[in-house]
Write a protein that binds this ligand. Structure first.
Ligand code: NAP
Ligand code: GCO
Length: 268
């Protein structure tokens, strides 16, 4: 078959992006809309959903927003049923909703650790489980799990997040292994350090106006010498959601400006 740019089109596809009223999820959903998809998103509360709806409207996108916590199986089941009623069955799922708690491991309570695992790992399991039967029925499906540098690397204070995102990488491979035969492709995107509210504390200016030491560290550790933007994730997400990636399965595509390829700057 000859290659057509049309392979990247998402025309008529129904996409659910979780936790997408702003940040990375919002950027991915707007790119999907530009590629022709119908957009559904959820957030934890009505206020966030309303804010999200206003942002989509401003971007000229007619998105459907729903209140649903990804850790709650009953709410997720209603979410998926409501999307089917309003837009049709889900063709593309992006497990984007996530949280981080930056606490040294010895000071972290088991409750905090569990909460991060619950949102970042159990959430993608619960939402994927809810959409896979419909994808099997349709004969196709795309699942994109938003992983992290912490799917590969550790650092001080993020033990729960790293455990969850490392687990998410393996959940990705396992969904591929179990449902590849049903023409479902499950891949991950591993963003590098992206400027969003989640990373805002790491970029705060110091009292003297200088850059946060972590901010300087990331610039030095990234061959691209900058933080990523949410837009940097749009092309890779459209690729993994489209027919152009139909034989790409169980892969994590790191979109990190080269961080994982680089040993780091030698001391002066
Ligand atoms: P963000 O700005 O904090 O946005 C996360 C979104 O998830 C928010 O809309 C949040 O809603 C929602 N959410 C949290 N818990 C939820 C739940 N239980 N149910 C439904 N929605 C929930 O984060 P981001 O930076 O855009 O990150 C998005 C994803 O990318 C996350 O999985 C994150 O771990 C991952 N990631 C981020 C970076 C980065 O550098 N920013 C890098 C790699 C990976 P609320 O507003 O209600 O909290
Ligand atoms: C941190 C950051 C990271 C990023 C991202 C990297 O504290 O180190 O928040 O975990 O958010 O996931 O890919």
């Amino acid at each position: 078959m000859t290659f057509e740019m049309n392979s990247f089109s998402l025309k008529g596809k129904v996409a659910l992006v979780t936790g997408a009223s702003y940040g990375i999820g919002f950027a991915i959903a707007t790119a999907f809309a530009a590629a022709g998809a119908k957009i559904a998103f959820n957030d934890r509360n009505e206020e966030a959903v309303q804010k999200g709806l206003a942002s989509y409207k401003e971007a000229g996108i007619e998105a459907q927003g729903y209140v649903a916590d990804v850790t709650d199986e009953t709410q997720v089941s209603s979410l998926v049923n409501n999307i089917e009623r309003d837009l049709g069955g889900v063709d593309i799922l992006v497990n984007n909703a996530g949280i981080i708690k930056r606490i040294p491991m010895l000071e972290m309570s088991a409750a905090d650790f569990r909460q991060v695992i619950d949102v970042d790992l159990n959430g993608p399991f619960i939402v994927s489980k809810a959409v896979i039967p419909g994808m099997i029925e349709k004969g196709h499906g795309k699942i994109i799990n938003i992983c992290s540098m912490m799917s590969e690397l550790g650092r001080e204070t993020v033990s729960a997040y790293a455990a969850a995102k490392g687990g998410l990488k393996m959940l990705t491979r396992n969904i591929c292994s179990e449902y590849g035969e049903a023409n479902i492709q499950c891949n991950g995107i591993g963003p590098g350090y992206i400027a969003t509210p989640q990373t805002a504390p790491l970029r705060e200016r110091q009292a003297d106006g200088s850059r946060h030491p972590f901010d300087q560290f990331i610039i030095a550790k990234t061959p691209a010498a900058r933080w990523g933007t949410t837009e940097d994730l749009q092309g890779p997400a459209v690729f993994l959601a489209s027919d152009a990636s139909d034989f790409v399965n169980g892969h994590v595509l790191y979109v990190d400006g080269g961080i994982l390829a680089y040993i780091g700057k030698q001391p002066e």
